[in-house]
Design a protein around this ligand. Sequence first.
Ligand SMILES: C[S@@+](CC[C@H](N)C(=O)[O-])C[C@H]1O[C@@H](n2cnc3c(N)ncnc32)[C@H](O)[C@@H]1O
Length: 239
Amino acid sequence: MRENPDYNDLYYQNTTSHSQIIDIIAEHTVPLSEVAAPIDWEVFFGNTHPVEIEIGFGKGRFLLEASERHPKVNYIGIERAQKYVELTRERFEKYIRHFGVDRASGTFSNVRLAWTDANYFLTRYVPAASVQAYHIYFPDPWPKKRQQKRRIFRNQDFLEALTRTLNSDDGRLYIVTDYKEYFWEIQERLSDLPLLRPVDAEFRPDQDIATNFEMKYVLEGRSIYRAVYEKVLSCFDRV
Ligand SMILES: C[S@@+](CC[C@H](N)C(=O)[O-])C[C@H]1O[C@@H](n2cnc3c(N)ncnc32)[C@H](O)[C@@H]1O
C-alpha cells in the first residue's frame, strides 16, 4: 500500500498558498504560482550550469557556503518553514554587507530560496533528469511512533520524484542524519529503488561544510551517519 500521509490537496493548499521563489542578490521575490511548471533551468538561471537542490535548508549554512564556493553550480534551497527562510535570507544579507559583496559581481546570483514544500516543488516544478545533486541534511526524524508517517522518505511520490529528476548516470543524492534508526530505514527504502545505488559515503565533495544541525550535534558528541547514492542508467537511457 502506498504511504502518502499528510500530502493531500488541502495540505498543499495550506502550505503552498504563500510559496515563493526568492532571489536574494537581485532582491526579487516571485510567487511560485507565477512560475511556469516544469521550470526550464536554463531560462530560470540564465545559464546551463548544473543544478543542485538542498531540501530543508534550515538556517542556510550549507547553501551559503556551497553557493559561494561553486559559482558555476546553480543552487535551489527548499524550505517550508517561514522562520528558517527569513533567517537564511538574513544570513545571506549579513554576509553580503559584512564582506562587502558587490551585488553585480555574480556572487550568489547562482542561488534561489524556494519557500515551499519539497514534495510539492519536486513533483510539479522539477523536470525529469535535470538535477545534478540533492542534499538532504538532517531530515526531520519524527521520533514519536504515531508521527513517523510524516517522514519524508516514507512518501512514495517524493521518492519517485527524487529518482525521476536526478540526472541519469551521474546524479547524486547526499544524506546526513544523526538518527540511526531513521538512517537504516532510509537505506532500506532506497534499496527498493532500482535506479539508485549506494556509493562510498566519503565521496561527498563538500563534506567540510557542516550544516547548523551537524555543528550542534558534533559538539554534543553524537554519531553522524552519511550516505551517498548515485542514479544509474535505466534500460531506456541505454538504447
Ligand atoms: C532538522 S532540520 C535540518 C536543517 C538543516 N538541513 C541542518 O542540517 O541544519 C529539517 C528542516 O527541514 C525542513 N523540512 C522538513 N520537511 C520539509 C519539506 N517537506 N519541505 C521543505 N522543507 C522541509 C524543516 O522545516 C527544517 O528546517
